[in-house]
Design a protein around this ligand. Sequence first.
Ligand code: ADP
Ligand code: MG
Length: 244
Amino acid sequence: MGEPLVVLRDVDKHFGPLHVLQHIDLTVHRGEVVVIIGPSGSGKSTLCRTINRLETIDSGTITVDGKELPEEGRELARLRADVGMVFQSFNLFAHRTVLDNVTLGPIKAKGVKSSVAKTHARELLDRVGVGDQAAKLPAQLSGGQQQRVAIARALAMDPKVMLFDEPTSALDPEMINEVLDVMVGLARDGMTMLVVTHEMGFARSAAHRVVFMDGGQIVEEADPETFFTAPTSNRARDFLSKIL
Ligand code: ADP
Ligand code: MG
C-alpha cells in the first residue's frame, strides 16, 4: 500500500440539527480499496460528497494528495478532477453521445485536444466493455452499460482516486455483475477506490478494508475477512444479520 492519498481528519458536518458526520477520521492510501457499508441514513453519501466538496464541512480537514480543496474557484475545479465520482444514478448527459459524454470533461475542464480525448475515450470505453456503443445516446443503452460509461467518463479525467456511491443499487440484478467486474478490474490495476456498496461479494473479493458507519460515525473498521466473520461492535453485528 502506498502513502496516504485521501485524508479526513476530525471532520464534522451538520444538516441543521442533524450531526450527519461526527469526528470522521479516515485515510485511504494510494492503491487501497476501501468499502464503506452501513444502514441507510448513516452518512455514507455525505461523506463521499465532502471529499470533492459537493458538500462543505463544518470543521476538520480533508486533503487529497496533500492538498486541501478550497470552497470555490478555479483551484477547486482543478483539484476536483483528481477525484472521480460515480453515483447510483448515472447522470450521463442525455443529449450527447456516449463518446461525447466521455470526452467533454477532458476537453472543457482540462483543455485536452479533441482528437486526443477521443482516442483516450475509445480506449476507456473498450476497457469497460462498451466500445461498440460509442455513437449511441445514453438512453439507447442498458442501465449496466450506462453505468460503465459513467465509470469511463470519470476515468477520462485521469483521477487519483475513484469514489463510488452505491453504483449498482439502481441496476436490475442481471446487470450488477457487469459493473462490479469493471470495478474489480480497476482495483486489480491498482486504482485507489472508496466504494459505498451493499455488495458483500465485492467487498470480500476487492476491498483491503471495510469501514462500517452508523449514525454519522465510523463505528468499526477491519479487513473484510475479520469484519464479516468477527465484527466487534453490536451495531455492525446487527447490521450484518439483516443483510447477510
Ligand atoms: P446514506 O448515504 O448513508 O444513506 P446520507 O449521507 O445520504 O446517508 O444521509 C445522512 C443523513 O443526512 C440522512 O438523515 C439524510 O436524510 C440527511 N441528509 C442528506 N442530505 C441532506 C441535505 N442536503 N439536507 C438535509 N439533510 C440531508
Ligand atoms: Mg447514500
